[in-house]
Design a protein. Structure first.
Length: 260
């Protein structure tokens, strides 16, 4: 199994190749059947050909800078807690809070990205883009033909699925759950996630009492709603972590997974 250092070094190549506009090297990081889901909630791009079209639409025409706050390694998963700074071809500048999850695997004897999942809020980004004035409006007008040209009608509609996301009530439930476990308030935590599967760390099932003993006093800040997931930046015992809430279509929380 690769070491934590090797995983972080591998992942760090992605923003470097993006900054250099090195399409071939960036695509080469992915497994043959790799997946890009950006943003989470939109239709995934599966395989290098589809991922290449994603690159041509969203990365190639723009300047993208990764401002990373924390890197979190959990097994062969790396989550980057970051802010993405994007300057579009029209000059519009966007600042997008994000949790970027890399699911890594060994493919043909080498380390590769099996899945790249970008948790960020598409509705908020579009609002920010339109507030950029003329450059933002021109960028929005260019994006539609770019989508249609590189990905077709199906791809454009698939991207639009990213507008669908967890509702405010589930976000408030997630916030109350985090506040409850931070304060050791078992009854409230159980009420907020009575049917949820709990994992601490990710992949290791725990009871509510085991979770409370591990994370009491946690602090949380950035919360992102993307697709049927809520991701939250937290600090547990002075160490950064990210919590992923899996939310069903209806109200409630199905699973709570701690990475870190």
């Amino acid at each position: 199994m690769p070491t934590e250092t090797e995983l972080l070094e591998f992942v760090s190549q992605s923003p470097r190749f993006v900054a250099e506009h090195d399409r071939a090297s960036w695509l080469g990081l992915f497994a043959a059947d790799g997946v890009v889901n950006d943003p989470v909630g939109s239709r995934p791009h599966v395989g290098r050909e589809a991922i290449g079209r994603f690159y041509d639409t969203f990365i190639g025409p723009n300047e993208v800078v990764f401002d990373v706050d924390h890197d979190i390694v959990c097994g062969t998963t790396v989550i980057r807690d970051l802010t993405l700074h994007t300057t579009m071809s029209t000059g519009a500048e966007l600042i997008v809070p994000m949790h970027l999850r890399y699911e890594l695997a060994v493919d043909a004897g080498r380390l590769a990205i099996g899945g790249l999942f970008a948790h960020w809020e598409l509705p908020s980004m579009v609002t920010q883009l339109l507030r950029c004035g003329g450059p933002g409006v021109r960028a929005a007008l260019r994006l539609t033909p770019q989508l249609l040209s590189s990905q077709g009608v199906g791809g454009a509609l698939g991207f639009a699925h990213g507008f669908r996301r967890v509702g405010g009530s589930q976000a408030r439930t997630a916030a109350r759950f985090l506040d409850a476990v931070a304060a050791g308030r078992r009854e409230v935590a159980v009420a907020m996630a009575s049917a949820a599967e709990l994992e601490y760390p990710e992949g290791q099932a725990v009871s509510i009492d085991e979770l409370l003993s591990q994370v009491r006093g946690l602090r949380w800040r950035k919360m992102i709603r993307a697709g049927r997931s809520i991701t939250v930046s937290v600090e547990v015992g002075g160490r950064p972590a990210v919590v992923v809430f899996d939310c069903p279509v209806r109200r409630g929380i199905a699973a709570v997974r701690f990475y870190g």
